[in-house]
Design a binder for this molecule. Sequence first.
Ligand SMILES: Cc1cc2nc3c(=O)[nH]c(=O)nc-3n(C[C@H](O)[C@H](O)[C@H](O)COP(=O)(O)O)c2cc1C
Length: 185
Amino acid sequence: MKKVLLVYGTRYGSTAEISQKVGEILKEKDLNVELINLEEVKLKKLPPLEGFDGILIGSGIKISKMTKSVRKFISKFADELKNKQNTVGIFISCMMANNPEERPKARNDYIKKVLQENGVEVAMLEAFGGVLDLTDDSNLGGFSKKMMGKMAEEDPNLTPGGKNDGRDWELITNFAEEFCSLLSE
Ligand SMILES: Cc1cc2nc3c(=O)[nH]c(=O)nc-3n(C[C@H](O)[C@H](O)[C@H](O)COP(=O)(O)O)c2cc1C
């Protein structure tokens, strides 16, 4: 059974849900998946990357940046990622990618630039849409909620006071299945 390490960083939970879905699909395809939330596990406690056939990295985006945990993961393990580049994939969850036409820009601005800074290339990368929860139950902090609420009032594609979920589960499923095919090559 091939082994996949799926590490992710999330601030509000959207990337965690995407990662769980991707993990389930990989397991259905008979891959052994280790899912790790980098907000909870320190980098030095991670299992050695050499033990995995494939690596997936996921992150949410806030003010144009991946989580600190994911940025640190990429810079600390840049050499290992380079060695495995044919079986490394990366994805993000962000509002820019809610609009399919904006996805190339999201991939470029939020993913490719970080990879370039670290001299890393990967086999697959994708920008998925994000969640902007502006309901009373939202886990956004007060300041963020106010700021994003103002933004939503000016954006016809967003509902102020609503749970705006721009994730395309078909795109996410296709990404996961393509990653499985990559590993079986
Ligand atoms: C304070 C704040 C700032 C954000 N900044 C950006 C941004 O710069 N670009 C973008 O595309 N999405 C932005 N988003 C949307 C998030 O990327 C989206 O909510 C994503 O699903 C968060 O993923 P997470 O829940 O895994 O952290 C922002 C959201 C918040 C609350």
